[in-house]
Design a protein around this ligand. Sequence first.
Ligand SMILES: [Zn+2]
Length: 140
Amino acid sequence: MTEETVSKRIPVVKNLKLLGDGTQGVLMGIVCKSCGEYSVGSPAFCPKCSSDELEEVELSKEGILRTYTVIYVPPPGWNGDVPYTLGQVTLPEGPDVLTEVIDCPREEIKIGMKMELVVRVAGKDDEGNEIVVHKWRPVR
Ligand SMILES: [Zn+2]
């Protein structure tokens, strides 16, 4: 395979950083140098103390399922399974990350279970690049 034929993998959200060959990823966040608060994404100011002394960090790829909900009516543009399960996972650093729970039958989903971040290809853009999304999967 030559370099030209390899399609790129592009994360659907800005704060998802792909690692290695793009089959793994990590969510990026910030830590406030003033109060130590962690946030997902890249806010301009600390949501807790409004400081702008922020440092970019890679967030944990594992967390604890805090709550979940089953979605029967997906938002426009959703091209995954319906119904699907949306899980809110609390990272060890503190912030919550809300995304789909996969690889788990609904009756086996339990509050408090350990989840890990995985990336999946959700489709292709107009240039043939793979669009990559992040999901939660139970740690087995
Ligand atoms: Zn702060």
